[in-house]
Design a protein. Structure first.
Length: 591
């Protein structure tokens, strides 16, 4: 079926079942950002492949609600599908529920599949629509009857990481979670999110592209822990190791029976990371404590072993990036390279590095105006050939068994305009000021966001995405709870967190610029005014200086850039051959 035919078929089922509005979130039963093929419901339904969005279907309208990162992409991919782009005003808000409330009449029925919606999303929809006398049903699956050949759940083998890699045993992590449960007077806890499961049990897998996680749930009480997983994914040695850590293994599908038959007084679940179907299965007599997963906050603070491994991983990744940019400089003039081919070549350079496991997300190689699409993904149809002029933005990362990387650089392929230089230098100032920030202990993400944007705002420029996100340890490249954006007014930045700093500027139809490093938050010093923190930059890759307009920089920016590039050379030169070393020496010359 074409996307238009699928839309017609969904509307037919809606009419049969008395559904006036149908919501399709971008999610799965684990509320994942990146999805197994089985749960790529929005792509199957509409053709849109972005990682964030919500489809809403009525009998006379079908729309995709998504944020500024995907406006251009959505317009291109939705063409001819029967779906229209609806631009979100605030990223993550359930604005589609307000739209449904305005366009449906009293007594209408809105439905969604509770396996695909988080409790938080379901609550938002209910809170908006129920007061308008609109019925909300969270147990309606209209896709499964229509989706012929729907992919099965993945069956890749899972494996355990050694304590020497993670720095903390599963027993110790379970004890830490149980301490938090006791403080909240919760007798039980269900972990649905895959990165929390992976961290808690020191387990990894290949069930989700780019994220080394395994599908499963973990049920924890004071005296037991149960992993619900497809048992074929575990060999006998892994099962024995888990049991030695106090973890029992049961089949994946049995989690629903476990939840439906709870015999405890209270259970803690994370409303952002638990699907509505699980929540609605909890018996009415069980008190539900809605709080962030204890593991989410615990894993955000990296221990000294993880930090040490990450620093070494950054050297490996820096070597790969250096080899790539050196190769690129001669490959583009030789001809025959494209956005897709250079992304493949970059992955090959990473694959040569110790401990490489996978890329951490699909590489964004945006040439010319494609660089202005923050989450651009080259396809056969959109793929640009690279020429010896214009800007190239490369946002990429690697998954290594000793850490996760995420880096963005912009390089000149020739004939750069003054506007491009000014935009590049302005973004660079933002990256530098964010990286140099000294801030009181307890500061929140919105404050770092504002510090980073200050020199960009000063030029009346801005960007539509957040300034930074948390990063896992050989786990998800996007990891909470910390983010550096205007919405994060609650989560404090704590010592040991690894986050990105990635301001940008995007001129639609022209070019895009983003300069991203990962940083470690740490204690800086104290005074009579309290404790203060700062950042240690972790990413090791030169920042291009041929795009810099030095007249726009203050001396502090010049000093930081020169010191950073010299540090990059010093860290990498021992891992490079003579030609690579000489090339990097030139790229890291002081300005």
């Amino acid at each position: 079926m074409t996307h238009s035919e699928k839309l017609t078929a969904i509307r037919s089922l809606m009419k049969e079942q008395g559904v006036d509005g149908y919501i399709i979130p971008s999610s799965d039963p684990h509320i994942s950002e990146y999805l197994p093929d089985r749960y790529k419901c929005i792509a199957w339904t509409s053709g849109f492949t972005g990682s964030a969005g919500t489809l809403v279907i009525t009998q006379d309208f079908a729309g995709l609600w998504t944020d500024t990162r995907y406006f251009v992409q959505a317009n291109e991919q939705l063409a001819g599908s029967g779906f229209e782009l609806v631009k979100l005003k605030v990223q993550g808000n359930a604005e589609y529920a307000d739209w449904l409330g305005e366009h449906l009449t009293k007594g209408a029925k809105v439905a969604f599949d509770g396996n695909l919606a988080s409790l938080l999303v379901a609550q938002s929809v209910q809170q908006i629509l129920k007061p308008l006398d609109i019925v909300v049903d969270g147990h309606v699956d209209l896709l499964s009857p229509l989706w012929e050949g729907r992919p099965a759940l993945p069956l890749a083998k899972a494996y355990l990481l050694a304590d020497t890699t993670t720095g903390q045993s599963t027993k110790s992590k379970l004890a830490a979670v149980r301490t938090v449960l006791a403080k909240n007077r919760a007798q039980a806890h269900l972990v649905s999110s895959l990165d929390d499961l992976a961290w808690l049990l020191n387990i990894r897998g290949r069930d989700v592209p780019c994220n080394p996680v395994v599908l499963g749930f973990v049920y924890v009480t004071a005296d037991e822990a149960i992993l619900y997983i497809e048992t074929a994914k575990l060999d006998s040695e892994t099962v024995i190791s888990l049991e030695a850590s106090g973890v029992t293994v049961k089949p994946y599908e049995e989690v629903y029976a476990q939840v439906s038959n709870l015999a405890v007084e209270s259970i803690l679940i994370d409303p952002k990371r638990t699907c509505f179907a699980i929540y609605d299965s909890i018996p009415s007599g069980v008190k539900i404590i809605e709080k962030i997963n204890p593991s989410a906050s615990l894993k955000a603070i990296k221990n000294e072993v993880e930090i040490g491994h990450t620093r070494e991983t950054m050297i490996n990744d820096g070597v790969a990036m250096t080899k790539f940019f050196k190769w690129l400089e001669s490959a583009v003039p030789a001809g025959g390279e494209s956005e897709i081919s250079i992304a493949e070549r970059l992955q090959e350079f990473r694959e040569e590095q110790p401990g490489f496991n996978d890329i951490s997300f699909g590489t964004i190689a945006g040439y010319l105006d494609h660089g202005a699409l923050p989450h651009y993904s080259a396809s056969k149809e959109s793929n640009y050939d690279l020429k010896t002029s214009g800007l190239l933005l490369v946002d990429s990362g690697g998954q290594y068994q000793t850490g996760t990387t995420d880096i963005t650089r912009v390089v000149s392929l020739g004939n750069i305009t003054q506007e491009e230089k000014e935009d590049y230098t302005t973004v660079l100032k933002g990256t530098i000021e964010g990286s140099q920030a000294i801030y009181p202990q307890g500061s929140k993400g919105y404050q770092i966001d504002a510090i980073t944007r200050r020199p960009i705002w000063a030029t009346l420029r801005n960007y539509g995405h957040g300034t930074g996100h948390g990063v896992g340890f050989f786990l998800n490249v996007h990891e909470g709870p910390q983010t550096f954006n205007a919405a994060n007014i609650d989560v404090a930045i704590e010592a040991g967190m690894i986050s990105s700093i990635e301001p940008g500027l995007y001129r639609e139809g022209k070019h895009g610029i983003r300069i991203e490093n990962l940083v470690l938050s740490k204690h800086a010093d104290s005074s009579i005014f309290g404790e203060f923190m700062d950042f240690e930059t972790l990413t090791i890759c030169y920042i291009a200086t041929d795009l810099v307009d030095k007249t726009l920089l203050d001396q502090q920016h010049i000093n930081w850039l020169n010191q950073y590039n010299q540090w990059v050379y010093d860290k990498l030169e021992g891992r490079l051959n003579d030609d690579e070393k000489a090339w990097l020496k030139t790229k890291t010359q002081a300005i």
